[in-house]
Design a binder for this molecule. Structure first.
Ligand SMILES: *Cc1c(COP(=O)(O)O)cnc(C)c1O
Length: 505
């Protein structure tokens, strides 16, 4: 590594190469002074560990440097522009963090008696109230821990409602452009997935969808705006057809950020929609968790929502329904321990209250404006997959790189050297060499212009035939091109101490 970097230390300027903590520490070192434990009787019946546990010992400054250096190898929204389509990587206001850390909030324990956490329950109820108002749907299950978890919760609610009317159904319709979690959730819930094609406009082919409807269809799972960044204009017709077939309309609400304060999903005929608080309501994404994926529900589905639920007591206090038997309704069961990601409810509520109704409406407008600004300014540089304005994200195909020998992946890798997180690539699958760019409303015109300038230069370089430049990208990242297939197929998840004398791998 050091040779590759051209330095003796392996470091590159202020970017330090960082070994694993186990490679740095040694068990005989420690950062704290503790007295020898007094002699004690063996209470483990001789089952105590005989060998040392092998924890790495480091001094406090070594630990601090280790984690700080690791953090600098990780791209983050606080560090730079992160236009990862479909993920809505927007700024998380620090006000949210401040409130989530208030001792009265951050130090709560989920097993505290309800009488001691009335404020927290009121907060969950208030957050739920905002979500219901913004979606125009009468109920919400707060506990799901992420968008995909919300999908599963929604489908389990739908299944319970269908079974309750003695109408178990077998199929779920999912557009080809859907996020992979949609078919996965349907399958996980025991349904057969039936794909609906997209039409030339990048929307659901309504005629093909109607042909697939039948009395064995439990639900359609539609994303709106869809993963091509386009509003499904035929949504009212789709909802009517789905309901006529006795099925439910599930909406993947991951793209809610494009329409908050402007369209209420309930008014579009949607029965059920998960909301990714970590996308729309500015709570941290955090490496896959903790996100939060509350599911809003129509009146027909509300009785089947999972426990726990916060309900208003007779005296104005709040109660928690913990078990289905405590409920007057027909909850399908429990989907998660405790009440969901409470810290995310705090952050989302802080965001919604500080933005206000007008602020939320402006945020969705600005998100759409920023995406369309990119689309307009990149005209001639990148080729839009579909004509016309987009919603909160803009989708390009690979046509602009035709005959250059440079691919979507190469362009994405070169963006890393430019200091930008690449856009989402090769998703959605309905577009060849897809590049899905989602700037979000929290980026300034200056940032967008810098991103545009980088893309213009890179595409010009590709067209000039400099394939080599792209093959070598990224040059400046802590790691160069990785064998991503091998990393996915054969991940090395466990560190093993080197065997003395054995050759290093
Ligand atoms: C992010 C996303 C999901 C999954 O949400 P998670 O919170 O990551 O589980 C589902 N559908 C779409 C369209 C998404 O963008």
């Amino acid at each position: 590594m050091s040779q590759e970097r051209g330095t003796t230390s392996g470091h590159r300027g202020l970017d330090a190469e960082e070994p694993l903590i186990f490679e740095q520490g040694s068990p005989d070192k420690t950062g704290v002074d503790l007295p020898e434990p007094p002699p004690h009787a063996d209470r483990l019946g001789g089952l105590g560990r005989a060998r040392p546990i092998g924890m790495p010992g480091l001094a406090e400054p070594e630990v601090v440097r280790h984690y700080l250096r690791l953090s600098r190898q990780n791209f983050c929204i606080d560090g730079g522009f992160y236009p990862l389509g479909s993920c809505t990587m927007k700024h998380n206001p620090r006000l949210n963090e401040k409130l989530a850390r208030l001792p009265g909030i951050g130090d709560l324990h989920p097993l505290q008696p309800a009488s001691t956490v009335q404020g927290a329950l009121a907060l969950i109820d208030a957050c739920a109230g905002w979500l219901k108002a913004l979606t125009g749907l009468p109920a919400v299950a707060m506990s799901p821990g992420a968008g995909a978890h919300g999908e599963l919760t929604g489908l389990m609610t739908i299944r319970a409602a269908l079974e309750d009317r003695g109408d178990a159904r077998a199929r779920v319709l999912v557009p080809e452009s859907a996020h992979g979690t949609n078919p996965a959730s349907a399958r996980f819930c025991g349904y057969r997935v039936d794909a609906i094609p997209a039409d030339r406009r990048g929307r659901v082919d309504v005629a093909a969808m109607k042909q697939k409807l039948g009395d064995d269809v439990a639900a359609i799972m539609l994303t709106n705006p869809n993963t091509c960044g386009l509003f499904e204009n035929d949504i009212l017709e789709i909802a009517a057809a789905v309901h006529d077939a006795g099925a439910f309309f599930y909406c993947d609400g991951a793209n809610f950020n494009a329409i908050v304060g402007r369209v209420r999903p309930g008014d579009l005929g949607i029965d059920c929609m998960h909301i990714n608080l970590h996308k729309t309501f500015s709570t941290p994404h955090g490496g896959g968790g903790p996100g939060a994926g509350p599911v809003v529900l129509s009146a027909a589905l509300a009785p089947f929502a999972p426990v726990p639920a916060v309900v208003h007591g007779a005296d104005g206090s709040f109660r928690i329904i913990e078990h289905p038997c405590q409920s007057d309704a027909k909850p399908f069961g429990r989907i998660k321990a405790f009440h969901g990601q409470f810290g995310m409810f705090v952050r989302a509520l802080a965001y919604m209250m500080s933005m206000g109704a007008d602020g939320l409406r402006q945020a969705s407008g600005d998100a759409v404006l920023n995406a369309n600004y990119l689309m307009a300014r990149l005209d001639g540089t990148l080729h839009p997959a579909f004509p016309g304005p987009c919603m909160h994200e803009v989708l390009f195909d690979e046509d602009s790189l035709k005959d250059t020998g440079v691919t979507t992946l190469d362009l994405a890798k070169a963006l890393i050297d430019e200091g930008f997180h690449p856009m989402t690539v090769y998703f959605p699958l309905v577009v060849h060499g897809a590049m899905l760019v989602e700037p979000t409303e929290t980026e300034s015109k200056e940032t967008l212009d810098a991103f545009i300038a980088s893309l213009e230069n890179l595409v010009a370089r590709a067209r000039s035939g400099d394939v080599r430049f792209f093959e070598e990208a990224p040059r400046l990242a802590p790691r160069r091109r990785l064998d991503e297939t091998r990393a996915a197929r054969q991940p090395v998840l466990r560190w093993r101490p080197p065997v003395p004398g054995a050759a290093a791998e």
